[in-house]
Ligand binder design. Structure first.
Ligand code: G
Ligand code: G
Ligand code: MN
Ligand code: NA
Length: 251
């Protein structure tokens, strides 16, 4: 498998880059967070999106090493981002919650910089704990104790279901873009989105709507009570320098 060999090389040579997609606090119109999204800077094929390698990495367990790389990079950027008033979020994989390897690695990072975790959110999807929910819960509580915030990603799509909200110590609900699409066009979509946002609020969670692409969708998610907005309407995922220049410095 050529791709697998190359992926191992990519890990050894650290050919990964982080892209940043900002999140807007709609109450005060401020960028308060960016989601970190991995890219593989392949020596000959150029930039490869996660869709091109995350699944293989998950199947082979290499994702555990990739997640460590991402977490380490995120920690490196925390203080610089913090001075600009923004925090970072990153995506965890199902496999990261199957054993304590990433948590142990996080502990070692936090021994050096014990305050950093408070400025980092870990995004999880329900598929992430299907195999062993008890183990996943233990690991998530470990992250929580270190100070990381936890967020339910892709809520309302596929695996992310209501039972997750009860089980895990999360502080944010990220509503999947499939629930955002057409929310300004038909009543059913609006009702589903509004009640999902309301439920998040009743449970004491901050609610982000993802995949907002147009002015109309932005207006509607605001009308329906969203706290934060993410999506192409605001920005695509972009490199760090571009992110800093466009959304932070001088803004
Ligand atoms: O960046 P993009 O929007 O193409 O991401 C596609 C998918 O890959 C999303 O589901 C996203 O959560 C996932 N993804 C992006 N970066 C990472 C990462 O660092 N780790 C894991 N496990 N998934 C990621
Ligand atoms: O699963 P997760 O929410 O982490 O996925 C992030 C993915 O969603 C990335 O691939 C990112 O490029 C993509 N994305 C972010 N904003 C939008 C948007 O407004 N529209 C669409 N179609 N995709 C988006
Ligand atoms: Mn995400
Ligand atoms: Na999502």
């Amino acid at each position: 498998l050529a791709l697998l060999t190359e992926l191992k090389e990519a890990i050894a040579a650290d050919q990964f880059e982080l892209y940043f997609q900002p999140k807007l606090n709609v109450r005060n119109n401020t960028i308060t967070q960016a989601e970190v999204l991995i890219r593989w800077n392949h020596p000959t094929r150029g930039l490869i999106a996660p869709g091109g390698f995350i699944e293989l990495a998950e199947q082979t367990g290499l994702i555990k090493e990739i997640s460590q790389i991402v977490l380490q990079k995120v920690h490196t950027l925390v203080s610089q981002c913090n001075t600009q008033g923004i925090t970072l979020s990153m995506n965890l994989s199902a496999i990261d919650l199957e054993d304590s390897r990433l948590l142990d690695f996080a502990r070692s990072l936090n021994t050096k910089h014990p305050d950093d975790a408070r400025f980092i959110t870990l995004e999880i999807t329900e598929s992430a704990s299907m195999k062993d929910p008890e183990q996943a819960l233990n690991i998530l509580e470990g992250f929580s104790k270190l100070g990381y915030h936890l967020s339910i990603d892709d809520f309302g799509a596929g695996y992310s279901s209501l039972s997750y909200l009860k089980k895990f110590p999360v502080s944010e609900l990220k509503i999947d873009r499939s629930l955002v699409q057409n929310c300004h066009k038909d009543t059913d979509s609006a009702i589903i989105l509004e009640s999902t946002i309301e439920m998040g609020h009743i449970m004491g969670l901050v609610v982000t709507t993802e995949g907002v692409e147009t002015d109309e969708e932005y207006q509607q998610v605001c009308n329906l009570g969203a706290d934060y907005v993410q999506g192409y309407w605001l920005s695509m995922p972009i490199p760090f320098d571009e992110f800093m220049a466009k959304h932070l410095l001088g803004s």
